[in-house]
Design a protein around this ligand. Sequence first.
Ligand SMILES: Cc1ncc(COP(=O)(O)O)c(C=O)c1O
Length: 437
Amino acid sequence: MKREEPQAAAKTNQALMARRRAAMPRGSGQVHEVFVERALDAEVWDVEGRRYIDFAGGIAVLNTGHRHPKVVQAVRDQLDRFSHTCFQVLAYEPLVELAEALNARAPGPGPWKTFFMTTGAEAVENAIKLARSHTRRSGVIAFSGGFHGRTMFTLSLTGKVSPYKVGFGPFMPEVFHALFPSRLHGISVQDSLDSIEHIFKSEIEAERVAAIIVEPVQGEGGFHVAPTEFLQALRALCDRHGIVLIADEIQSGSGRTGKWFAIEHSGVAPDLVTMAKSLAGGFPLSGVLGRAEIMDSAGPGGLGGTYAGNPLAAVAALAVLRVFEEEKLLARAQVVGARLRGALEAIARRHKSVGEVRGLGAMVAMELFRDGRMDAPDGDLSKRLVSEAARRGLILLPCGQHNNVIRLLVPITASDAILDEGLGILAASYDAVAGGA
Ligand SMILES: Cc1ncc(COP(=O)(O)O)c(C=O)c1O
C-alpha cells in the first residue's frame, strides 16, 4: 500500500510554526517566530523572503558570520574526504592540528593540552570530571546568574532557576553558588569573595572543593564583566586551597571580546578553559583546554564521545582561526564593540529606562529598568523591543536574570554599513516602544 506523505504545508512562518508546535515540545523555546531559508555573514532571509540583520549570531556562534566562504570551503573539502570515523577509533590530523593551535593560544604559561567534544555543556561536564580526577575532591563552586548548560550537572551549576531549572530537580550534590559581582546590582567584589568564604564555613571545607567555575563575562546572566581584581582574587584563592580554576569561555571566547579568550584581559591564567559556540564558525564543536597535568589525570577511555571532535567541525575551526588572522578580527572586535557601545549609549542618553550599557570588546549589552528604577527590571520593555526590532528587520536576543538585558552578538565580520543599519533599526525600535521616557 502506498504510504501517505504528510501534506506539504505552505512555506510561511505561521504555517511552519503551527507544524513545529504540533510536532515539537514547547520546552525548546523560540525567541522569534521566523523560519530561515538562507543566511550570509550578518544577514538572514526567512522562508517568506524577508531579510533580517542578525544581531543574535545563533547565540554567540557566528563571530565569523554565517557561512564564511573559507569555513564553507574547508567543510566542503573535508566532506569529500570523510565525515566521521570517531576519533577514538580512527584519528585524523585536523583535530590534532586544532589542539596544537589552541594550546598555542592558551591564556598563560604551559604546557597545555586540549580535547574536543560537541556541545558546550559537554565541555563543562568534562572540565568538572578532570578537576575532580586531578584533585580527588568533589565540591564545585559556581556563581549566581551563571549559565553552564542544560545537562544535569551543568544545570546544577547554572545559577538561574527560571526557566532552566524549573521542575528538573533534585540537582547534583556538592555544587554551591557564590555571588557574582555586579556594581549595578550592589554586589561588590568583596561581597562576592565573602560569599565564597561563607560557603567554606557553612557548606563545605575548602580542602574538599575541586573547582571554581566562572564566566569571565557572564553570557545568559546578562553580560556582567568579571572585574580584574575579582579574577585575581579567585586565582589567589584557588592557589591557596589547591582548587582548579575553570574559565567558562563558551560564550565570551573565540575572539568575541578582542582577545581570543576574555580572561586574557585580566592577565589571570585559569587551569582549565571551556570552549564551544563560535569555535567552529557554526559547526558543532566544543573543547576543554587545560594544564597538561590536569588534562592527563583521566585514564584512557575516561574522556571521549562518539561525535567528539567531528572532522567537519575540526576543519571549520581551523578555518575560523585562519580567518581571524587574515582579517585581523581581534582588532576588528574592538572596533565593532566601540560602535555598538556608542549606539547603545546614545539610546541611554535619550531613555532613562536604560540603566547600564556594559560589555567587553564586541560583547555588549544594555540593561532595562522601568522608569530608570534599579529595583524594577523591565523584562516587558525588552520583550517589546525584541519584537518591534524583528518587525523592522533586526534580530535581537534578550538575556539576564529578568530577561531585561539586550545583548548584541552580531558577527565581528559585519560591515560598517550593516552595523549602522542594524543599530539604526535598534534605536528607532527603542524610540517606538519606549516613547519619550
Ligand atoms: C557560558 C556558557 N556555558 C555553557 C553553555 C552551554 O553550551 P551548549 O548550549 O552548547 O551546551 C552556554 C550556552 O549558552 C554558555 O553560554
